[in-house]
Design a binder for this molecule. Sequence first.
Ligand code: 0R9
Length: 668
Amino acid sequence: MAKNKEEIKESKYGAGDIQVLKGLEHVRKRPAMYIGDISSRGLHHLVYEVIDNAIDEALAGYCDKITLTLKKDGSVTVTDNGRGIPTDIHPTEKKSALEVVMTQLNAGGKFNRDTYKVSGGLHGVGVSVVNALSEWMEAEVVRDGKVFFQRYRRGVPEANVKVTGQAKKTGTKVTFYPDKEIFKNIIFKYETLEERLRELAYLNKDLSITIRDEREDTKKEEEFHFKGGLVDFVKYLDESEKSISGKPIFISGERENVQLEIAFQYNESYNESIYTFVNNINTHEGGTHLEGFKAALTRTLNNYGTKNGILKPDKITLTGDDFREGITCVISAKVPEPQFEGQTKTKLGNSEVKGIVQSITGEQLGNYLEENPSVAKKILEKCLRAAEAREAARKARELTRRKNALEISGLPGKLADCSIKDPAQCELYLVEGESAGGSAKQGRDRRFQAILPLKGKILNVEKARINKILENEEIRSIVTAIGAGLGNSDEFDESKIRYDKIILMCDADVDGSHIRTLLLTFFYRHMREIIDTQRLYIAQPPLYKIKRGKNEYYAYDEGERDEILKSLKIDKKSVITNGESEEVVEEAPAQAKSEPKGAVISRFKGLGEMNPEQLWSTTMNPETRTILLVTNENAAAADKMFRVLMGEEVEPRRKFIEENAKYANIDV
Ligand code: 0R9
């Protein structure tokens, strides 16, 4: 008797296949376990996962070109010119190695390749995870003179690996279309991918990486290939700064199979910008490689400075921070078996790495200083000035502390605090202008919402040293209101933060956006924990009010305004724009005023124009408001943006604004 369809399908699978299906099912059920989350971040992670495999092939020395293409149909293609994924029959799985790699969890690891493989953290989960989370995927491998092909649906092969043609070169091409059942939004952001690919090209100087966007009519393509590697990376990060040490200092070496490269220079700013990578993964939380570098930098500079009479330890003692003021540095370590620790698994734990980095850095930096005495002198004089400023700041802080002790609450006078004291429930609104601050104080829910009005523009912290920053009254009141101190490391105490959300509320005009940028710069440079712990938000006040009869509607942009008009079946001709309006929609004939179907649109110019009730219902009521979370996906890109926008040099700023004018982006 002929088997029915179900039976045929059943008998097609062996024990190994069932294992595979179970694995894929688990990935689809719990995607966050594999890629972190299913937001835009997780979506982009799919691309990084595939790219990482190509990078592994480059690290093994067989690949020097990678291309990423965003296709018109929404899929993504990654190609490399490596050896091609092996396609011969796997000895135990009894199917093509290609199929095994594409469908079995962690299969890549089973092949035991002897390179600095990406592993740990979210990276290195394997291409099969990407496959499981894709509506479809195609793999094309060129090796042994043939082209091999296989296509998958939601991780399951549609057919066996087939030979589809002949070719001379070798390489791998993977194309996938993310699954809409898993991801809410499957649109890739060019700029996000571009930043990561640029970073990878700096970290792997022999590699050329191309990104191509075929989705729009105006096709885009960029090729990244930086022969100077990390030295070029530091120059790029510091494009808008004046270097005080000439060319970046470059250190490299290998010990106990750990490869190390470091490039750094000092600029005239007061920021410390150190980026660390292990096997191309950004180790945001630092770790033993960073510890080794810091220890060597402090010790070597201190010894040289003292020996040459530039530093006088009996007069002032310099701290590690002083030796890092104005530094821009990239550290890249290749570690054979990295252990990642920390909250986000981005902290290198291998204890042996500290000593390795410390000794390589100490030796080579010592030589550099001896060979470049004039640069050495400039660097050490800068460190000395940093120490003096720190000392002045300490005295200023002490003064503030004593002054605060005299006040009853210790909180700034103009802060309207909330009555609930549990930080987890509380919000702090930083409001531009005294009049909007007044409306917000009246409109808020005083149980959990606190208001701190800010007078005009706060200090541009990008151009000021810590002692000047502490002298600024607006900044001092922000710091005291939040309650956790200032600084990105030791001096900041997360457990003392008095609010769960800190919401920036500025006008929707040019001044408002300048003030918002100043505030973002301040948080990024001096309270980054607030951003990293997802506490910083931007309020979204409406731009338009549409009033018809007794009903009022609010629109947050033009598109929404027109939608509302459409849904109310209001003809634009019957709209009367508010006299204050800058933008004339379409003037209605005078009689429309009495026409019951007519409507009046007003465009809010500033927060101050809204009365307390309006401010509450449109911008502050947690039930109805929209607030945007400020994130810091790529610290290096954010750092560069702040320097360019808020720093001294005018030309890079002009260029940046020109290039980015069309993007309204609040990711820092
Ligand atoms: C376009 C994205 N590229 C890849 O995903 C990719 C994986 C990959 C690879 C090898 C070569 N190129 C690759 N590109 C490879 C080949 C060989 C040995 N190791 C790795 C070889 O020819 O001997 N592989 C990644 C995992 C595997 N191959 C393996 F597990 F199948 F070996």
